[in-house]
Design a protein around this ligand. Structure first.
Ligand code: DI6
Ligand code: FE
Length: 401
């Protein structure tokens, strides 16, 4: 099927810029972009279908490169308690926090987890997200991590989206391993991860490197196992304290290090040299009322790619709109709308290792794009939430939303 998409303007996002083509057209064949350029230059050809985009602005499909979309229950009651003055420590001591999500996730069946996750992921899809990464990390034992990863694969089978799964078994210490974090890491490395990988459930490996989670030495142990399994690496680093996790991630050529509020100049240099993407998560920054900013000037100065993501999770970022996160990326982190859009397209593709196929609109790439009914691409970042009129095209087919 050779389709002509005409009467549009295109922000291709090549080189991390709008790289606009006004009065443009695009030809897709099957799942791929066959030709892209100005309507004037369109070669004479026969098309099985011609689609009029009515002057829309076309961007790549958005990529949400860091989410924890699969979980049991939610923590809205805890949110209310915190605002009534109950401290995080008191909530954790009474069984709240991550532990409560682990309990609810373990109790839920695969079908229940799938149904609740689909509701959330559909919100992101309707917002223009055509590629999503989803982490495990609320099961924390073989059976329950497996259950989460299987649900992630089922989301890919259910929705017209590209879905990448990341094993985050090293998210928190399960109750069975209290005070034995080294033993839990050994269990992941010797048992869980190799088995889950063998079952084809894992596309990448992540860990939470933090004083209240896992140390750099423990993370390094995990990275070595991931490397021996040929699995790409990502890391939650420098969210609450500076442990040098982002430098460690760079040393292991991680795809990305994420959060990064407490990173140092040396970490920035290490990431720049390794080409590791900085994934910023304004939703968590906002929800935790964080005051320490990631070193934005330094990241820009050293040319580190900056991606943005929702971090959709029940504890620190219950975010159902990537566009709202983009707005926060601009208002909180002073990224221009162009940098923000690059952060959820080309740079996010790099953060998932999908840069050869996704993230920009060019010949040969996958035909995932959004035709927005707007005057200029900055409008995608400007509006706070709501629903922007759009058409969503995934793998060359318009999907109904
Ligand atoms: N950083 C976060 O902000 C979330 N996980 C992580 O590693 C918190 C997850 C939760 O509270 O459920
Ligand atoms: Fe996260």
């Amino acid at each position: 099927m050779k389709k002509l998409w005409k009467n549009c303007h295109i922000a291709t996002m090549q080189n991390g810029q709008y790289s606009s083509i006004e009065h443009a057209a695009m030809v897709t064949v099957g799942q791929h972009i066959h030709w892209i350029g100005t309507f004037e230059d369109l070669p004479a050809d026969a098309y099985s279908e011609t689609i009029d985009l009515n002057g829309a602005w076309v961007t790549p499909g958005l990529i949400d490169c860091h989410t924890h979309s699969v979980f049991g229950g939610n923590r809205s009651v805890e949110f209310e308690k915190r605002l009534q003055g109950v401290s995080y420590a008191e909530i954790a001591a009474s069984g709240g926090g991550i532990a409560s999500t682990v309990r609810a996730t373990r109790e839920a069946s695969e079908q229940e987890l799938l149904a609740s996750a689909l509701k959330r992921v559909r919100c992101l899809l309707k917002d223009g997200v055509t590629t999503i990464e989803i982490k495990s990390g609320y099961g924390l034992d073989y059976a329950n991590e497996r259950k989460m990863l299987r649900v992630i694969r089922q989301i890919a089978d259910t929705l017209p989206m590209t879905v990448r799964s990341t094993c985050l078994a090293a998210h928190a210490l399960p109750p069975e391993y209290q005070d034995q974090s080294d033993a839990y890491i050994e269990h992941i490395c010797n048992d869980m991860l190799p088995k889950l990988h063998q079952e084809g459930l894992v596309d990448a490996v992540d860990a939470f490197c933090e004083y209240l989670a896992f140390s750099p030495a423990q993370v390094e142990r995990l990275f070595k196992t991931a490397q021996s399994l040929n699995l790409p690496i990502k890391l939650h680093a420098e969210q609450l304290s500076a442990l040098g996790g982002s430098s460690l991630a760079a040393r292991y050529h991680a795809l990305s290090a994420d959060h990064l509020e407490f990173m140092t100049e040396d970490d920035v240099k290490a990431m720049a040299a390794a080409g590791t993407v900085a994934v910023l998560l304004p939703g968590a920054f906002y929800f935790l009322r964080e005051t320490k900013y990631p070193p934005l000037d330094s990241l820009h100065q050293h040319g580190v790619r900056i991606a943005l993501s929702s971090d959709l999770n029940p504890g620190t970022s219950p975010a159902l709109s990537l566009r709202l996160m983009m707005n926060m990326g601009s208002t909180l982190f002073r990224l221009t709308p162009e940098q923000t859009l690059a952060g959820v397209t080309t740079h996010a593709a790099h953060a998932l290792g999908l840069q050869e196929t996704h993230g920009t609109l060019e010949t040969g790439k996958v035909a995932d794009f959004i035709a927005w009914d707007i005057e200029h691409p900055s409008e995608i970042v400007y509006w706070l939430g709501g629903d922007l009129p759009k058409r969503i095209i995934q793998h060359g087919n318009e999907i109904s939303i």
